[in-house]
Write a protein that binds this ligand. Structure first.
Ligand SMILES: N[C@@H](CCC(=O)N[C@@H](CS)C(=O)NCC(=O)O)C(=O)O
Ligand SMILES: [Fe+2]
Length: 290
């Protein structure tokens, strides 16, 4: 019989991100996937409102946290992994190829102090790795394209597909960040859509097209039937993805977020005055759309 985990999504309106708690209905063990650390770039403030709400949910439901997971180094918001680890002591994990993304951005940021061996996380998952959430086995699929390091977590009939496909009315994620590749994104989407038809797919973002309510759950069958980005094959996907990506400005918080997320969500060390500072490279991307 297929395992059916309980899944709850927490929507972050500011960044259109979805954070998940996936739990074993029998043992009550759970994992948090893609938690957001709130950040206001205008004032340089961070808060832990979302992460605390997730912890409160876990406590209210009598769940036991086993994992703090990220699907990829996010380019549009800060990860709350480091904060959650510091408050709960629970282990963190991300995709093993994060070391390549660290190396890439170490050069762009000119940050020799950034550690690039992935040791900021407790576990680095490679394609095919398996681990347990309670009595449920979770399988890792490497699904690059949006980033080099993106991974999908498959637990029973649920798959956390992050920034590969969005809801069927919203197409797919962009593939133009450093290390991104429309070709790899197509292969990753193809592998996800090869899961059983009724697999529940949980996306990483929803930008509420036309102002509709936020949605994040679809199925393989629905994506195959209704997502325009998967209807016309690989070549058409690559051409239209590349065309659209050339017109997209960078995410508002990309240069803020990656230096934090490649450090597992730890803010930069405090300087001698007790304040932590971000570093923004100027004119490093002359061709970026504004
Ligand atoms: N307007 C958003 C855009 C964020 C963005 O680029 N999101 C990525 C995922 S991290 C994406 O794939 N977007 C698809 C699109 O905008 O079509 C922002 O500035 O944060
Ligand atoms: Fe992303």
């Amino acid at each position: 019989m297929t395992v059916r985990p309980d899944v709850v999504g927490f929507y972050d309106e500011r960044t259109g991100s979805i954070q998940y708690v996936v739990s074993d209905p029998l043992t009550k063990d759970c994992a948090i996937i893609d938690p957001v650390l709130d950040y206001d770039e205008k004032s340089g403030s961070t808060t832990t409102r979302h992460a605390d709400a997730i912890l409160a949910y876990i406590e209210d439901r009598g769940l036991r946290l086993q994992w703090i997971l990220d699907t990829h180094p996010h380019a549009d918001h800060f990860s709350a992994a480091a904060y959650l680890k510091s408050t709960t002591g629970i282990k963190t994990a991300i995709g093993a190829e994060v070391v390549k993304v660290q190396a890439l951005w170490q050069t762009i940021y000119n940050m020799p102090e950034l550690i690039t061996d992935g040791s900021q996380w407790d576990y680095l998952f490679a394609d095919g790795d398996r681990f347990m959430i309670g009595n449920m086995e979770c399988r890792v699929m490497h699904s690059p394209g949006h980033t080099l390091a993106s991974i999908t977590y498959v637990v029973g009939d649920a798959a956390f597909i992050h920034d590969t496909l969005f809801m069927p009315d919203s197409g797919s994620a962009r593939a133009d960040f450093p290390g991104g590749s429309p070709e790899n994104l197509w292969s990753s989407i193809d592998a996800i859509l090869s899961l059983p038809d009724d697999t529940r797919l949980y996306t990483g973002h929803d930008y509420r097209p036309g102002g509709r309510e936020a949605l994040w759950e679809s199925t393989v069958a629905e994506q195959r039937r209704h997502n325009p980005h998967v209807q016309n094959g690989r070549d058409e996907f690559m051409a239209s993805r590349t065309r659209r990506d050339a017109s997209l400005p960078f995410p508002r918080l990309m240069l803020h977020a990656l230096q934090v997320n490649l450090n597992a969500g730890s803010l930069p060390s405090l300087e001698e005055n007790g304040t932590s500072y971000l570093k923004i490279p100027l004119n490093a991307f002359p061709n970026a759309a504004w």
